[in-house]
Design a protein around this ligand. Sequence first.
Ligand code: SF4
Length: 214
Amino acid sequence: MPEKREQLNSITKEISTCRKCPLYQFATNSVPGEGNASAEIVFVGEAPGYYEDQQGRPFVGRAGRLLEQSLDSIGLNREEVFISNVLHHRPPSNRDPLPDEVTACKLFMLRQLEVIQPKILATLGRFAMNVFLPEAKISRDHGKMKKVDDYDFIVFPLYHPAAALRSGSILSDFREDFDRLGKLLKLQSAELNLMKKQEGIDESSKMEQMGLRL
Ligand code: SF4
């Protein structure tokens, strides 16, 4: 079995030559995702924007700076986590992803998760969240962790940092949710693993104490 890094590199190579949807035709670079191959937490956003398309790296514009500041606020940097997107080529004029594009492209991100096997998947924005939680609404479900059948990790929906940059109230929610995410990370030890084995994750008093919610 190849090492995790090797497996991720092979996915990156496939993305760079992928023609499964028309988006590659409009892009300057593919944006496969990057970071720690053994990350405990993976962040997944929607799609590359202008700067990401130019550099071939995820979250390098203003939204990326907010993500980096937020990581810093919980004692992490981007080299310690893995950052990816649902789409790996930029949609023209940053339009929303189309359902067929999501269906075609999400498989790469799901394979990255299979290789990395994180404990927590933090989704950034509604498109990434709805891949795992089709019924969820970002305004209602942000900051609430969920255990989803078929996946070993906990899903933790966050607003997209670009949305946080457009609205003061969303920015405030985004920061509060990140704070909760930091607390959740601290529970990653045996205690968290124990909770994950329970049927679903009960709303324990311990988690309430830590300001976490379902
Ligand atoms: S956006 Fe995804 S599915 Fe479409 S061409 Fe790029 S890598 Fe392939």
